[in-house]
Design a binder for this molecule. Sequence first.
Ligand SMILES: [Zn+2]
Length: 131
Amino acid sequence: MHEVDMTKCLLLSMQDWRQRHGPVSPSVEVVHLQVGDFTCVEPAQLVSTWDVAIRGSWLEGARLSIESIPLVGRCVRCSATYRPSADSAYRSPCCDHPMEEVVTGRELRIRSVDYTLASSVPAEKPTPVPS
Ligand SMILES: [Zn+2]
């Protein structure tokens, strides 16, 4: 369910991206995503939602490539960074302080897009002038 909303956001972002290219529609091969471990997004689930959503659209055939970004927290007491784990209830190992600051792990962004632009636009047939 979460992934469906994420996919909708992605499609909107891709739509904006496409419009910046003007009249020539790019042919997208791979969309490189960065997904934080703390976003609760299941990469496999996101990929299958994406595959269904792009069927029949201008993005059909585009592949999602997902790079996981680990969760890193910063201890607000001593400023040490640490890798929080659910086992320790995300508390800092240095001061046993509850996690209040997330350094990385909440990302969900498009890092880059692999695409090609159609090199030749089919020539328009001249419209016959009515006599
Ligand atoms: Zn600390």
